[in-house]
Each structure stands twice: as structure tokens, then as C-alpha cells.
Design a protein around this ligand. Structure first.
Ligand SMILES: Nc1nc2c(c(=O)[nH]1)N[C@H]1C(S)=C(S)[C@@H](COP(=O)(O)O)O[C@H]1N2
Ligand SMILES: [Mo]
Length: 196
């Protein structure tokens, strides 16, 4: 373990899932290239078992803006506590959608081609949000700027950076890491790291 990683101190242990170590920095974890998207070009499209719609940056900024403080757990074993974000609750966003009752899963799509899947019940949760601000600054591009999803209750590979699409499906799809051996759900307290 390098000097930036340490064992959780007393009182923090109950916030660090099994096999995880705390980091004081905020590592960047990206598979492949980092896409550069200006907010003027940015777009979020919803399709599949939902009335198709496109959201511009201005559409997202017109939704209620909230502050969030959450712990962040990467499956490669680092955790960062108390990350401060600003953005839009998924529950506020989906109020504007017409989702078909048979929809049971979503595939999240990103600029650059990354994908990850969530059960609808793991996506539409009060604590999930689209983030565009990190520690009081516009979300840095390496961390998913201008806009990413944050799903605090699952391992961070579900927190899609540079999000640009949400596909509503009846059957469970498999995203990039899920096809490559990662667990389909990824709950850190249950240590759902791999599919076998
Ligand atoms: N588009 C995209 N989103 C992504 C990833 C990625 O490679 N591409 N990596 C995931 C993984 S494995 C983690 S741990 C977090 C890392 O977020 P960070 O780079 O802001 O720490 O983003 C997730 N979202
Ligand atoms: Mo990760």
C-alpha cells in the first residue's frame, strides 16, 4: 500500500466495505480514451421502453439542483469518503419521462462507448444523481465532466462518466465490465466484485 492509502481509523471502519482501503486523493479510473464534450454539444438521450427524449445541458440545469456528500467505492479496492457533489437527482429527472411499465433494466451509455447496466430499482433511487460539480468546481473532465451519473450504493464502475444515453429494457443487458467478469449488480457491502 502506498502512502496515500491507509487502514480505516476507529469510527470510519463501519463506512469502509470489506477488502477496501481508504484513499485521501481521488484516483481517476478510466478504461480507454477520455472524451472531451463541450456543454453546448452535450446531450442525454433516453430510448427503448420509454418515450424517446433528448435533454440538453440547459434542460438539465432547469431541473432542481441539489448537494450530495457520498462515499465512493472502486472495485479495485480504494474507497474515498465524503465526496461532495452537486447535480440533479435521478428521481427528479425521471419524473419528466414516460417509462413503459414492462421496463425493468437500464443500460447506461457514455461518450467514448463505455456502458454499464442497472436494474431499474437500482437506477431510480432517491440517493442517485447526475453530477456536474465536484468539491465546488465544475466536474473535471477526467472524473466524467461535464456530466456523470453517481450511484452511491454500488461499486463505482456503475457511476457512468460522460453519460449520454439511458436505454430502458425489459431483459437485463450486460455493460462493458459486466461482460468482462464483473458482478452484474456490484454491491460493496456484499462484496459483489466478480460474477464467479
Ligand atoms: N465512461 C466511463 N465511466 C466510468 C469508467 C470508465 O472507464 N468510463 N470507469 C468506472 C470506474 S471502474 C470507476 S472506479 C469510476 C471512477 O471514477 P473516477 O475516475 O471519477 O474516480 O468511474 C466509472 N465510470
Ligand atoms: Mo472502478
Amino acid at each position: 500500500m502506498g502512502k496515500h492509502f491507509h487502514k480505516p481509523g476507529p469510527g470510519l471502519a463501519d463506512r469502509v466495505p470489506p477488502g477496501q482501503h481508504l484513499t485521501s486523493g481521488f484516483p481517476v479510473l478510466t478504461y480507454g480514451d477520455t472524451p472531451e464534450v463541450a456543454t453546448s454539444q452535450w446531450e442525454l438521450r433516453v430510448w427503448g421502453l420509454v418515450a424517446e427524449q433528448k435533454f440538453s445541458w440547459a434542460d438539465m440545469m432547469a431541473l432542481p439542483q441539489c448537494e450530495f456528500t457520498d462515499d465512493f467505492h472502486c472495485v479495485t479496492t480504494w474507497s474515498k469518503l465524503d465526496v461532495q457533489w452537486r447535480g440533479i437527482k435521478v428521481t427528479d429527472f425521471v419524473k419528466t419521462l414516460k417509462i413503459e411499465p414492462i421496463a425493468a433494466h437500464v443500460m447506461l451509455h457514455c461518450y467514448g462507448g463505455y456502458t454499464t447496466n442497472l436494474a431499474l430499482g437500482d437506477f431510480i433511487r432517491e440517493e442517485n444523481f447526475f453530477a456536474h460539480n465536484l468539491f465546488g468546481e465544475p466536474l473535471p473532465v477526467p472524473h466524467g465532466g461535464p456530466m456523470r451519473l453517481v450511484v452511491p450504493h454500488l461499486y463505482a464502475w456503475k457511476s457512468a462518466k460522460w453519460i449520454n444515453g439511458i436505454e430502458f429494457l425489459e431483459e437485463q443487458p450486460l455493460g462493458f465490465w459486466e461482460r468482462n467478469g464483473y458482478h452484474v449488480r456490484g454491491e460493496p457491502w456484499a462484496v459483489e466484485r466478480y460474477s464467479m
